[in-house]
Structure formats: structure tokens, C-alpha cells
Design a protein. Structure first.
Length: 378
């Protein structure tokens, strides 16, 4: 329904106020919470939810609620995935208004500890290109009456406006990400083209001057400075490796892994032997492929910074529902779990979030093997 179909001036003003309320620069998660809060208050609903539709177009990837506190949500259990009535709204892609939930054919009841609900209004949230981003689910007006046709018109108009606001925030987020990526690339270029070249120049000048210096103490100090310069250049190269962004474009996962390993060889002097299971790109999606590349970058960075290795073996393979990234180095080793740094913690937490695990098998003088895994079905 268009705005001009809302005849009540008070309701039209309320709708405009509601739209202005969600027109902010909030991050997407905060914006979605504000949208469902505002929609619920707009029609006086006791409960509300915004279900975000997953990429498969048939289930819900997240469920943001209004009117239910944390304790109640915890007691209810897992979030709905889009079955029953919620799935009906996803399939219909149109508004659904119900006076008595218990009497509707697709209603499958509520899980234990769920508050009772009678009235229902479900409205799609469509972005500017017509894509259904999610659905607004509202229940039980505070006056006890069913939702009216005017309520339906109001929420439909609000849902359309909310879709446009989501579009704007997505665009802002993409611009921020692009700006950040460009800035990281510029920083990496400057470090390589300017800072490293200057350090090389200083080191070369010191080396040229060494033969003419007869004082042993001065020669020793210059030798120490040259060693420090070499270490500094190595550290800067490692930093460049860490901040360089992965550019997947149309590359396969195998191509991206080999390109990353090639960087280790050319920039950091550690030979890399790479083996990637055939057909692995058919087993995982682009997001998980990106996570695997980021994990590999973190592992290789740790190898270069701490292991003193001269060679690494990199493997990517599947094991049941898991994809595994395995990196073995011939470095000095370490004692796992003693003084573990931020890199180790990051790898472990990233794996857990993706339904996998991260283990370190290492011994002093015997090299290190890192096994990082993620669940392909998550």
C-alpha cells in the first residue's frame, strides 16, 4: 500500500515519525532491532519479530524480537528457522493477517515456555530491487482486538520504507568496506615502496662504509645496526603480508591458497609446498572459502613471525562435514598453551564460530603442525 492510501492524518504522521526514527547511521544489527521495535510500537503490538531470510530463500538466518526478554528467549530455546506459519509467509511473499492463530491451517503451535499469542500480522520487507530481505511478524495488539486493515496498510508502508533504509545501510557498509580495503592496500604499497626501500638504502650505505672503519667497537655497533635493519625489514614485510587483502574475484580456492603461499615464498623467503584436494570448491561456498583463506593467512603469519622455519607444507582437504587447513613447518617449535598469543586465540575462536576446531602439535626443535577446521554445513 502506498502512503496516499493511509487516510488517517494521525496514523500518517505516526508512520512518518516511525520512518524518521529508523533513518540513522546505525550498523545493520542495530538498525534491524530499531525497525522491529518501531513497527511493534506503531500498531501497538505486544510482541514483534523481524525474521531475516537466508540466502537459500526458504529459511530464516536470524530472528530479532521485541517484547520478549533474554530470559524468556533462553527458556524458549533455539531460534525459529521458518517452519509452519513463518514458512508460509516466506513462501507467499505477501502480507498475511490472522485473527485467531490457533484456527489457522499452517499454525503448528508454540514451543514450551513460549508466551501465548492470538492475533497475527506478517508483512514482507522488500529492498529497492524487489528482493525480500525478511518479514515483520507482529502479534497481539495491546487492546486485545485483531489487527485491522489500517494496521496492515500502515505496516506494509513501513515495511517498504524499512527495506529502503536497509538498502541505504548496506550501501554505506559496502562503501566503508571498500574505503577500508583501499586504505589497507595503499598502506601496504607505501610500506613496500617507500619504507623498505629507504631502509635498504640506509643498510647499503652502512655496509659500504664498513671497510673504511678501523675502530672495532664502531664496527661492532654498525654490525648490530645492520642486524636490526634486517630484522625490521623482515617485520615490515610480514606486516605487509598480514594487511594485504585477499582478492577472490573469479579465482578458485586452490588458486587463492597457492597465491597466498607464493607470497610467503617471494616476500618472506619461506618455501611452501601446497596440496589442495581436487574438487574442493564444489564442497564449500564462497564465504567459507574466504574464512579458510583468512585462517591460512593467520597461520602463515604466525609461522613467519615466530617459528624461524625455512619451509612449510600446506594442505586443504575434507573430512566428513569438515574442511581442514593443515600447515606443517620445520621451525623451532613451541610449547602449546603456554604464552599463546593473540594469533592463536583468533584462530581458535574463528574455528569454533564455524563449527570446527583448531589444534597445535608442536615440540621444541621439532616444528609445528596446525590443524584448523570448519563445518561445511554451518
Amino acid at each position: 500500500m502506498a502512503f496516499h492510501q493511509i487516510d488517517d492524518p494521525q496514523r500518517l504522521h505516526a508512520l512518518i515519525d516511525a520512518i524518521l526514527l529508523i533513518e540513522t547511521d546505525a550498523e545493520l544489527d542495530g538498525l534491524l532491532s530499531r525497525i522491529i521495535d518501531t513497527a511493534s510500537r506503531l500498531v501497538g503490538a505486544q510482541y514483534g519479530a523481524l525474521g531475516v531470510i537466508s540466502r537459500d530463500g526458504t529459511t530464516l538466518s536470524s530472528f530479532i524480537t521485541y517484547g520478549i526478554n533474554r530470559e524468556q528467549r533462553a527458556a524458549i530455546g533455539s531460534e525459529p528457522r521458518g517452519d509452519g506459519l513463518l514458512g508460509e509467509i516466506i513462501r507467499r511473499r505477501t502480507t498475511l493477517r490472522i485473527d485467531e492463530l490457533a484456527e489457522h491451517l499452517t499454525s503448528s503451535g508454540f514451543p514450551p515456555n513460549h508466551p501465548p499469542m492470538r492475533r497475527f500480522l506478517g508483512v514482507p520487507v522488500a529492498t529497492g530491487d524487489g528482493h525480500i530481505f525478511g518479514n515483520l511478524y507482529l502479534t497481539d495488539p495491546l487492546d486485545g482486538e485483531p489487527f485491522s486493515e489500517e494496521d496492515e496498510q500502515l505496516i506494509e508502508a513501513f515495511g517498504r520504507a524499512a527495506g529502503l533504509v536497509i538498502d541505504q545501510e548496506t550501501l554505506r557498509s559496502n562503501v566503508r568496506q571498500l574505503t577500508l580495503t583501499e586504505e589497507r592496500e595503499r598502506l601496504a604499497r607505501d610500506l613496500h615502496d617507500t619504507v623498505i626501500q629507504r631502509l635498504f638504502g640506509v643498510g647499503l650505505a652502512l655496509q659500504i662504509s664498513l671497510p673504511s672503519i678501523v675502530n672495532d667497537d664502531v664496527r661492532a655497533r654498525i654490525d648490530n645496526v645492520l642486524d636490526e635493519l634486517d630484522l625490521t625489514i623482515h617485520e615490515i614485510r610480514t606486516t605487509i603480508f598480514e594487511i594485504d587483502q585477499d582478492h577472490p574475484m573469479d579465482q578458485t580456492l586452490e588458486e587463492r591458497v597457492k597465491a597466498l603461499s607464493s607470497e610467503v615464498e617471494s616476500r618472506l623467503g619461506v618455501l611452501a609446498d601446497v596440496k589442495v584436494e581436487a574438487g574442493i570448491d564444489d564442497e564449500i561456498g564462497p564465504e567459507l572459502a574466504h574464512q579458510c583463506v583468512q585462517a591460512l593467512r593467520e597461520i602463515l603469519s604466525n609461522v613467519v613471525r615466530h617459528s624461524q622455519a625455512t619451509a612449510v607444507e600446506v594442505k586443504l582437504e575434507t573430512d566428513g562435514n569438515l574442511i581442514e587447513v593443515i600447515v606443517r613447518d620445520n621451525g623451532i617449535g613451541f610449547t602449546p598453551n603456554i604464552g599463546s598469543g593473540r594469533g592463536v586465540r583468533n584462530l581458535s575462536s574463528r574455528a569454533r564460530e564455524l563449527g570446527g576446531n583448531c589444534t597445535f602439535d608442536s615440540k621444541i626443535g621439532g616444528g609445528t603442525t596446525v590443524r584448523w577446521s570448519a563445518n561445511r554445513t554451518v
